[in-house]
Design a protein around this ligand. Structure first.
Ligand code: NAG
Ligand code: NAG
Length: 346
């Protein structure tokens, strides 16, 4: 039932439920070659990202010194106390006819109103299993690995071909680690699931991963965190809805081929990844996590949080700090911004 409601986008029952979670939309803040986590200060960073959240997003955001809630004046997310930044690579269509690139736009998920961007989840594993500890100021992490060239990560990073009979749980057997090798009339949903356990000490780590851990081999968590990472954190998940339905031509999806490529040159999708930089105001996220079992805090209607209108959230935009054409207007580019060569599975 839990994942069924997710799949349909229906609101969870307003009764006390062990299964409540936050699920909300954040509109596009900016699209540019910036990466304060992996390439702080770089102008430009190697590849294009699509970024949502607080407008204090910057080329450099030093942990615990640069404070998004006090530096931001707006957020593109439903919850107006959430000045976090969330980003992933952008997706491009590479024309099989002439090799030029067009950025694939994003659309709103079921039941949400937004302008591009993505759907953000903060999930518990099970309310019976006790408290979750919200992230601390300065916390950041990465899920997925842009260098991956083979199928090893399906539980945490996956793609769903929409319009072919939807599946059930995120990254279930209907999903694929790679970009689907067929036409997806209702879009491709890319899912990024972050770890749900923390070492309790480090806000970050050199690989932006070792301070956190999955409670199992990856994907959706259980309440059992390993002793090295004993602190249960909310499980963050992104869904990005890529509007691939507009690229309809049988010839483009023949013999295991498909025409999409991620901004870092990945033509298979195994290297899809997401970046998370915490920025909720004060203890608002902790309050929300504590309120989940009450039944009054769920999805985009959590009664202990401040909610802004979709129109307000959509107004929050940030001009590129790395000004260049990354294809946001729908134009054709002769190469991926940054010039990454397109590679396929090894
Ligand atoms: C972003 O970084 C630049 C350069 O370091 C700085 O001048 C600017 O004030 C920062 N933006 C915010 C919102 O702090
Ligand atoms: C390249 O091909 C795409 C279709 O694959 C087409 O829409 C676009 O106009 C073409 N561009 C040029 C410059 O021919």
């Amino acid at each position: 039932m839990f994942w069924n409601t997710l799949a349909t986008g229906a609101l969870l029952a307003q009764s006390a439920s062990a299964q409540n979670m936050l699920r909300f939309g954040c509109s596009q803040l900016t699209v540019e070659r910036a990466d304060p986590l992996v390439a702080p200060g770089a102008n430009p960073s190697p590849h294009t990202h699509q970024i949502i959240g607080g407008n204090s997003f910057n080329l450099t955001m030093e942990p615990a010194k640069y404070d998004p809630p006090s530096k931001s004046t707006c957020t593109s997310c439903t919850y107006s106390e959430d000045f976090s930044n969330y980003w992933t690579a952008s997706l491009y269509f590479k024309s099989p006819e002439n090799g030029t690139f067009q950025r694939v736009p994003q659309f709103a998920n079921v039941g949400l109103q937004q302008d591009g961007g993505m759907t953000v989840y903060y999930m518990p594993y099970s309310a019976q299993n006790g408290k979750m500890t919200a992230f601390k100021p300065g916390f950041r992490m990465i899920a997925g690995d842009p260098m991956l060239k083979k199928n090893t990560n399906k539980a945490s990073i996956c793609h769903r071909c929409l319009g072919n009979g939807e599946g059930f749980a995120p990254c279930d057997s209907k999903d694929t680690a790679e970009l689907p090798a067929k036409y997806c009339p209702k879009g491709i949903r890319a899912t990024v699931i972050f770890p749900s356990c923390w070492d309790g000490k480090n806000l970050d780590s050199p690989d932006h991963k070792s301070h956190v851990a999955y409670s199992n081999s990856g994907g959706l968590g259980t309440p059992n965190c390993p002793s090295t990472h004993p602190v249960r954190i909310p499980q963050v998940m992104y869904e990005v809805m890529w509007d691939t339905g507009r690229y309809k031509n049988d010839a483009w999806y023949k013999n295991g081929k498909q025409p999409f490529v991620y901004s870092f040159g990945d033509g298979t999708g195994y290297g899809q990844h997401g970046d998370y930089l915490f920025g909720w105001k004060d203890d608002s996220l902790q309050k929300a996590m504590d309120a989940l079992p009450s039944g009054k805090c769920a999805n985009a209607n959590c009664n202990v949080l401040k909610i802004q209108s979709a129109a307000e959230a959509m107004k929050c935009k940030k001009a590129q700090q790395v000004p260049e054409d990354v294809g946001v207007g729908g134009g054709w580019l002769t190469e991926l911004p940054g010039g990454a060569a397109v590679t396929y599975a090894s």
